[in-house]
Design a protein around this ligand. Sequence first.
Ligand SMILES: Cc1ncc(COP(=O)(O)O)c(C=O)c1O
Length: 449
Amino acid sequence: MTHVPNRFTRSHALYERAMRSIAGGVNSGIRKMESPVPLYFTHGNGCRLYDVDENEYIDFQIGQGALFFGHAPAGMADAIADQARRGVHFAAQCELEIEVAERLQQMIPSAQRVRFNSSATEVVLAAFRLARAQTNRRLILKFEGHYHGWGDEGLVGFAPPESAWGPDEAPTHLHPSAGVIPEVLDQFVVARWNDPDHLRRRVSQFRGKLAAIVCEPCLCNTSCIEPVPEMLAAIREACDREGALMIADETITGFRFGAAGAQGYYGVSPDLTILGKAIGGGMPFAALVGLENVFSGITNGTVVHAGTLNANPLCLAGSKWCLDQIIKRSELHPSESSTLGKRLMQGLQILAEQNAIPLVPQGPGVVFHTTMLKPGAVQGPILDYRDSVRRHDAPRWAHLRRCLLEHGVRAIERGLWFMSLAHTPADIDDTLSRASLAFTQHATQWKIA
Ligand SMILES: Cc1ncc(COP(=O)(O)O)c(C=O)c1O
C-alpha cells in the first residue's frame, strides 16, 4: 500500500481565519512553532490524535506532557462529567480537595502541606513568594535553560541568545520578553546546570542573600538533561548551608517519574515542589506542596495566596482519577513507560544510523529529547544549556520533525518526546514504521537542500 503523507489544507484555512480574531492566531506563543502550520484537532483517543484534515497522529506531544493518561480516558471523562452535573465551580470548599491533597501526601513524602492553583506558572509565583517571606531574603538562584512558566519571574535567564550569555562563571539574567519591569531581573542569580563546583562558587558569591534555589530536577525543557549524580545533593547541601529553600519544579517530572516524582526517582527531598501537567491529566490544575513549616506564611495568612478557580471541582475530579491510576500501578510505574520509551529511543537511533542522520536521543525514557547534532559536533551526552545550543541543529531537527508529522508521528517542536500511560508496545512498533518513512524522506530532502 502506498503511503500518502498527511496534508494540512483545512488547518491552513482555519489558521488564516483565526489570524483575523485571535492575536497572532494562537493562544500560547509556542503553538506558532508547529510547522508547516498550527494544527486544528477534532478529537483524540489514547495516544492517537486526529486533525481537521482527518490525519491521524501517534501523539508524543500529548498536551505538552499534561495528557499523561492519554487523550480522553473514559474513566476521567466520567469523573469530570459526574462532577459537572453536581456543580462546575463553587469557589468554596468541597471534600474532593481534601481527597486529592491526601493522595499527594500519600505519594510524595515532602508533601506535608498542599495548595492548589490552575497553572504551574501561578504555583511558581506562590513558591517564590513563600520562599522570600520565609527567609526574609529576595534573591532566587535558577539555572540556565530551566523553564518555570511564563510569568515575569519564572522566565529570567531561561534561554538567552548566545551573544548575551555572559561569562561561564556569571551567566546573564536576561528576560526573553519585552514589557518586564527591569528590576525583576535583579531579583535573580543564574547559574549553569550540572556543574556542582560552579554552583558552590555562585552560591558563596551571594552568601546570606539567597531565598531559594529552584530547578527542574531533570532538565526536560532543554535537551532532557538528567542531573549528574552529585548535582541535586549539591543543591540540597547549598540550601541547608545557606538557610535557603530548595524548590523542585516537577511540573513535567511529577507523577511521570513515579508516584513521588523526580524527587523519589533521584532521592532528594526539596522544601517546596511545583506540580502541574500530569496532576490534572489535561485539566487546568496545579499544586504547590512542601514542608509544613515552609507553608507557615500561607497558614498564618501573612503570605497572600488566592485564585477564583483554585481547587475547582472539575479539576479535582479529574485529578483524583489521574492520581488513582498512578497509585494503582504501584511499582510498575515508571518502569513500564520508561522501558517502552527506551525502546522507542533505541529504534529512532537505529533508523538515524541507517539513514546517516546525526540524531541522538537522550533522557530517562518516560520523556526524552532527540538532539540533531550540528555538522562536526562531538558525540556524547548534552550536559547543559550552552552545550545544547552549541551542538543541537534546530533547523535540521525542524525538518525531520515536519517529515515525522507528515507520516503521522507528532513529536514536540523543540525535540522533546513525552511517553504516556496510553502508549502501548504496538503503538511504538507503529511509530517506528512511520518514522522509517519519515527518516528516509528527511535524508533525501535534506541532502538536496
Ligand atoms: C518545568 C515547568 N515549570 C512550569 C511550567 C509552567 O506551566 P504552565 O504552562 O501550566 O503554567 C512549565 C510548562 O511547561 C514547565 O515545563
